[in-house]
Design a binder for this molecule. Structure first.
Ligand code: GAP
Length: 445
């Protein structure tokens, strides 16, 4: 089994992620997050918000509508060029992204003959590549024939740019400043796959950071955000050797620089986030199409200009998938006995701790443990388990990434102490019940 298969199997078995519309045979490219997945994903989004908005004086957040005026997508260029090259097999009619079959450089230069390639599924003949727009269409309105054709947003970015002036006039921001957003995006991907890696519905976490239109200064901000984003993944426990930056060699005509943050997914480097210097493109285009002034008046220099933008655009689902992969270990404990453990950072772990009574049939243990559990759950997601033997319960918590298990045993009844078992080291120590709260709190710093 490769790492994608291992993670998708664990994800389904333990309630992290299920195939969307599973009981109807599944809807390709859609995923549902289960009881543990929703916690992990929410923790990732909360950490993002804390770092990128809450802890900063120069970034504010917004939450824009998913459905926007179709004019937005004209202005952004999505209707014209947000597409992938598609080839179809003339025999089995399977469709593929042409760049997964034909070398990307040759494809762009149109320097190839399609007859040199064959369908990966049945070796049939392929059609010439044609452009396939990824925007998902939708219709608004009630009168047939008068419905407005629009789109589910293909990226969350444009909701920020169209609100640039609203944020300027309604808050106290001054350049340089950023607007962050987290939310759903939709793309009619030709070949969704790699578990949640390429989905048709997914979430993005983005920052649009507006700076003076000065090449040198804006490049400093670009480098700054590149490093900040790297540090964020590392601060949540992602292993340094599994992260790298990949420079884009071919840039859009308006872009000044672009890098991908890549994750090493079982030996294959995959894009997790993009850091883009987009020049003044987005605001200028919205100014052109909306006929609204999108410039900024600089009180200090008394100049009016269109700011440049540095964008950091990460996928929440990809981060969730790669945090899971990064935390996944199969460890031999003794004599071929292997445990599966998710060494998730406590900040990301779905449950911050578990509380157990040693034995389920001893009411005095259950009652004592229940008291601890009821208090802790006011502040954190805490697991409760009283079934089976204690070793099995530890294993279950290991597999879902719970960093600490507190067990109430007979000694607890004598001296108000519990054992705390560490997921990663499997060691145990005794602490006072009164110390549990601070113990967990310290691990979440
Ligand atoms: N606003 C810029 C933008 O959307 P992008 O590189 O197309 O740039 C940014 O997307 C991030 O969104 C990617 O790095 C990836 O993490 C995530 N993403 C893009 N397409 C995705 C898909 N089909 N499924 C899951 N995540 C996706």
């Amino acid at each position: 089994m490769d790492i994608f298969e291992k993670i998708s199997s664990l994800a389904k078995r333990r309630g992290f992620i299920y195939q969307g519309s599973d009981i109807y045979g599944g809807l390709a490219g859609t995923w549902d997050y289960g009881p543990l997945g929703v916690e992990l994903k929410r923790n990732i989004k909360n950490e993002y918000w804390k770092t990128m908005v809450q802890m900063r004086d120069d970034v504010v957040g917004i939450d824009a509508a998913i459905i926007m005026s179709p004019k937005v997508w004209e202005a952004s260029g999505h209707l014209e060029s947000f597409s992938d090259p598609l080839v179809e097999c003339k025999k089995c009619h399977h469709r593929f992204r042409a760049d997964t079959i034909i070398d990307e450089v040759k494809l762009k230069a149109k320097d190839f003959s399609i007859t040199d390639y064959a369908c990966p599924d049945c070796s049939g003949e392929l059609t010439e590549p044609k452009t396939f727009n990824l925007m998902v269409e939708t219709y608004l309105g009630v009168v047939e024939g008068e419905k407005l054709k629009t789109y589910l947003r293909g990226e969350i970015t444009q909701g920020v740019h169209v609100n640039f002036k609203n944020v300027l006039s309604s808050s106290r921001v001054k350049l340089p400043f950023g607007i962050a957003q987290v939310g759903k995006a939709f793309r009619n991907e030709i070949t969704p796959g790699g578990f949640t890696f390429r989905s048709r519905e997914f979430e993005q976490m983005e920052l649009q950071f507006y700076v003076k239109p000065n090449d040198e200064e804006s490049m400093k901000w670009f480098e700054y955000w590149k490093e900040e984003r790297r540090k964020w993944y590392l601060s949540l426990g992602m292993r340094e050797e599994n992260l790298q930056f990949k420079k884009h060699n071919q840039l859009a005509h308006y872009a000044k620089a672009a890098y991908d943050v890549e994750y090493n997914a079982g030996g294959d480097w995959k894009e997790m986030e993009g850091i883009h210097h987009r020049g003044t493109w987005d605001l200028s285009r919205h100014e052109q199409f909306s006929k609204q002034d999108m410039t900024y008046f600089d009180e200090e220099s008394k100049e009016r200009y269109t700011p440049m933008v540095i964008e950091t655009s990460g996928g929440v689902d990809r981060a969730t998938l790669f945090f899971l992969m990064d935390a996944y270990y199969e460890e031999e404990i003794k004599d071929g006995d292997v445990r599966t453990v998710l060494k998730l950072h406590p900040k990301l772990a779905p449950y911050k701790a578990a509380v157990f009574p040693l034995l389920a049939n001893k009411p005095e243990l259950v009652e004592k443990a229940r008291g601890i559990y009821d208090k802790l759950k006011c502040d954190w997601m805490i697991a409760w388990d009283e079934r089976g033997n204690i070793g099995k319960r530890y294993r279950t918590q290991d597999e879902i990434g719970t960093p600490y298990c507190f067990t109430v045993d007979f000694e607890t009844l004598e001296n108000d102490t519990v054992t705390v078992r560490n997921r990663d080291t499997m060691t145990q120590e005794r602490i006072k019940i009164s110390e549990i709260y601070d113990f967990i709190k310290n691990k979440l710093q």
